[in-house]
Write a protein that binds this ligand. Sequence first.
Ligand SMILES: [Zn+2]
Length: 136
Amino acid sequence: MSTWSLEEWEGKANTDEHLVTYQLHITLQQAQQIRVGCLARFLFPAGHYLYTGSARRNLSARVRRHLSRQKKRRWHIDYLLMASAARVTAVGLFSETECRCNQRINGEILLSGFGASDCRAQCGSHLKYLGNKADK
Ligand SMILES: [Zn+2]
């Protein structure tokens, strides 16, 4: 098992030192127009998103920061997560690289370059849209 509830993920992150990659399961409760840093203003459709990132050190501190709504916007994902309709619903934790985990996801790239400034594996985006089915 690699996906954890908001209550469970931190205990897991703190006990397995091989974990370097996280995936945020994000629900956007309604379509929302969001300006993403230096990328353009974009209308994100309602539905489910997966964002993949990594932290070689202090993985749990990084994920905690993403879950906090009080922060200065720094990364692309901050702009999405601080949108009023956005909720993180679960956290995935992995020992593989972020690009490998990201490329495994069968989702749609809506905004090219999102979260992929440091990507060397041609992911295109580290945010993928999974659609708006209620069962996800
Ligand atoms: Zn990548």
